[in-house]
Design a protein around this ligand. Structure first.
Ligand SMILES: C[S@@+](CC[C@H](N)C(=O)[O-])C[C@H]1O[C@@H](n2cnc3c(N)ncnc32)[C@H](O)[C@@H]1O
Length: 289
């Protein structure tokens, strides 16, 4: 997608979408939303932390965690990796404020810059200064104008520092055999895209997008957690379907009974499916001079 395609897509999207992430669906005010985010964190945090530490996150690093959610990665950066500080930013900080940790600074801001008058860079005023690590996981896939946001986040990286972005990759294809899981996943991606604008189709382009933002070298990896009954990722998808059920049914691809059947299927030993994965991509900011 070219930048002009993207801005047209984003503009079209804003015109047709019913709301944004956290409004129509996944409201932080809804009971259990923090637990849903934590199921995702349980499925992926060890992978994310291993990558961040392999990239060097450790003592002395000043870090920015964007769309930090319940703050599991922010806190582990401080408590396990021993970084100097983490600025955790989210448009709703009720979960982040729940447990204070030395070195954790919490800031409520919308990184798209909506409501920020005269900001050239989206949300430019939410994070002053530069950071050795800028991290955003499962955030940009929900937002319009991801290329502009990637460039803005790259601006926040100090010379010699690293931008690390993680988002979902849909591993179903036209060839994937039908199952209750496959039908529900197709309906979920389509329903979220047409309501709040969630779009994972561009996620495999992350390495190229990071390179386009002036970062070098870049690299990426994918982790797919096993869908086992009762596992965090199975519970995450089941809860995500419950919360987005209205959008799923509105696609016409599934009805309520099909969503119920998919939830039962996920929790049973009959489940034989491949979860969506998490693609983690990173790129280094060249040293100055
Ligand atoms: C799926 S959660 C991911 C949370 C966390 N990064 C993780 O991986 O566990 C998405 C988070 O992004 C936040 N978010 C969504 N849109 C945002 C925006 N425009 N500005 C700041 N945060 C946003 C949401 O409030 C939510 O906490």
């Amino acid at each position: 997608m070219t930048p002009s395609d993207e801005s047209r897509h984003a503009h079209d999207g804003r015109a047709s979408h019913e709301g944004r992430y956290g409004e129509t669906f996944f409201s932080p005010e809804a009971a259990g939303e923090g637990e849903r985010i934590d199921f995702g964190a349980l499925a992926y945090d060890d992978i994310t932390m291993a990558r961040l530490r392999a990239l060097g996150a450790g003592p002395g690093w000043r870090c920015l965690d964007v769309g930090a959610g319940t703050g599991t990665v922010s806190r582990r950066l401080l408590e396990e990796a021993g970084v100097a500080s983490v600025l955790a930013v989210d448009r709703d900080v009720r979960f982040l404020g729940a447990r204070a940790v030395p070195g954790l600074d919490v800031r409520e801001a919308d990184i798209t810059g909506e409501g920020v008058t005269g900001a050239d860079i989206p949300g430019a005023d939410f994070a002053p200064g530069r950071f050795q690590l800028v991290h955003a996981r499962f955030v940009l896939m929900h937002l319009p104008e991801h290329e502009r946001l990637i460039r803005a986040l790259a601006e926040r990286v100090a010379p010699g520092g690293v931008l690390v972005l993680g988002d979902a990759v849909d591993l179903t294809s036209d060839q994937t055999p039908d199952s209750p899981y496959t039908s529900a996943m197709r309906a979920m991606w389509q329903g979220l895209r047409s309501t709040i604008g969630t779009d994972v189709s561009w996620v495999p382009s992350y390495p190229r997008l990071l390179r386009g933002a002036g970062l070098e070298p870049v690299a990426a990896e994918i982790h797919v957690p096993p869908l086992q009954p009762g596992s965090p990722i199975s519970r995450f998808w089941a809860d995500t379907w419950e919360r987005s059920r209205q959008a799923m049914v509105a696609t016409g691809l599934v009805d309520d009974a099909a969503v119920d059947a998919a939830v039962r299927y996920l929790g049973s030993d009959a489940c034989a499916a491949l979860s969506a994965g998490m693609l983690t991509a990173w790129g280094w900011k060249p040293e100055e001079g």
